[in-house]
Design a protein around this ligand. Structure first.
Ligand code: TXA
Ligand code: MG
Length: 336
């Protein structure tokens, strides 16, 4: 299959709409990461997503909508808390898990009776959803297990020959995937941290949001898995990454002693005598989010054998950065 990589234009958007309506997949930018989208109401269309990504079918897809009318079509129940969160954060980087309607096939929800629903703010994806009037199922547009793509060329590198079309809308503003919160149970549970923080959710809901297991530590084999994404291998560069939680001097000594590549904050590049790939400012979690996935891919390009990552803050947006880095490091952390 030939993969077209086209800039945003009236023609390319029309082509994307036509491909989606015909039941095939298109990679489209969102404000978080690039997504690989298909008609969320058609099982066969969504199976094309799993195939293109080599994604395990037990990992459910997020359903993307463009307005509240679509929300009422894809959700079976819309609790007041969902309206509160939607009013506060949609369109934007928040996925809300609700009981799904019969419109959403089991292949999208991986057999669960719920669906993750999100109204993205990127104007390109919003326009395509509202033009087709189709809720779009969309995971990140990477090959399964790889870091999520934050620009169109990275999507092309992973997906060339596997999908018909990639729309190039430039680099993503946020860089890590949406916050995932479940409102399908008795209490709100955060399944995946993102740009919208736990504290922001709690402020709008006026109640505690529980942090799911598996966000800051590895799930044990007997832990109940409420969100399948928590148990899958993720974001992995091809080389071994370890997070080093240490004062700078100790970090520097360890990198030099072991000849490791430093995955460090921007400020330290000139102070290290080893190869460095930087991932944002030390005190700027949002900039770390923007750069982390491309930094992980850069480590592959330079064929880094051993990588020591500087420990990010785990506060606010930092928790999203730490969660992705921890998974890319297969939960290896050393404290010095
Ligand atoms: O920012 C994003 O969310 C991007 C863009 C494209 O919108 N999408 C994305 O999708 O990151 P994906 O498939 O890479 O991640 C979806 C996550 C997975 O961890 C999955 O397990 C969880 O959401 N999820 C989806 N539906 C769920 C459900 N019904 N119950 C529990 N977890 C769910
Ligand atoms: Mg993903």
């Amino acid at each position: 299959m030939k993969t077209q990589l086209l800039n945003v234009s009236r023609d390319s958007i029309k082509l994307a709409c036509d491909i989606l309506k015909s039941g095939d997949v298109v990679a489209i930018p969102t404000e978080t990461v690039y997504g690989l989208f298909a008609d969320a109401t058609k099982s066969e269309a969504c199976l094309n997503i799993f195939k293109a990504k080599d994604r395990p079918q037990d990992n459910p897809l997020i359903v993307h909508i463009s307005d509240y009318e679509m929300l009422s079509e894809v959700a079976a129940e819309i609790p007041d808390d969902a309206i509160k969160l939607a009013d506060a954060f949609w369109p934007g980087p928040l996925t809300i898990i609700l009981k799904k309607s019969i419109l959403i096939p089991d292949s999208v929800s991986a057999g669960l009776d719920t669906a993750g629903i999100r109204m993205p703010s990127n104007p390109v994806v919003l326009e395509i959803i509202s033009k087709t009037r189709l809720p779009l199922a969309g995971p990140s547009a990477n090959r399964s297990g790889r870091p999520s793509p934050t620009d169109a060329q990275t999507v092309y590198n992973d997906m060339n020959g596997r999908i018909p079309l990639i729309i190039d809308g430039g680099s993503c503003d946020i860089g890590v995937e949406s916050t995932v919160v479940s409102l399908a149970g008795e209490k709100p549970i955060l399944f995946r941290p993102g740009f919208i923080t736990k504290e922001q959710l709690e402020e709008v809901l006026g109640k505690e949001v529980i942090l799911s297991k598996g966000i800051s530590e590895e799930l044990k084999s007997d832990d109940k898995v409420l969100s399948p994404g928590l148990k899958h291998k993720h974001y992995a560069p091809k080389r071994e990454v370890t997070i080093v939680n240490a004062p700078f001097e100790k970090y520097r000594e360890l990198c030099e002693k072991d000849g490791a590549v430093a995955l460090c904050f921007d400020e330290y590049v000139d102070r290290l005598n080893v190869k460095c790939v930087s991932y944002g400012g030390e005190k700027d979690s949002a900039s770390q989010a923007v750069k982390l996935f491309s930094a992980l891919r850069k480590l592959d390009e330079i064929k880094a054998e051993k990588v020591y990552a500087m420990m990010p803050s785990t506060e606010g947006v930092g928790l999203a950065v730490y969660n992705r880095l921890l998974r890319s490091a297969a939960f290896r952390v050393v404290n010095l």
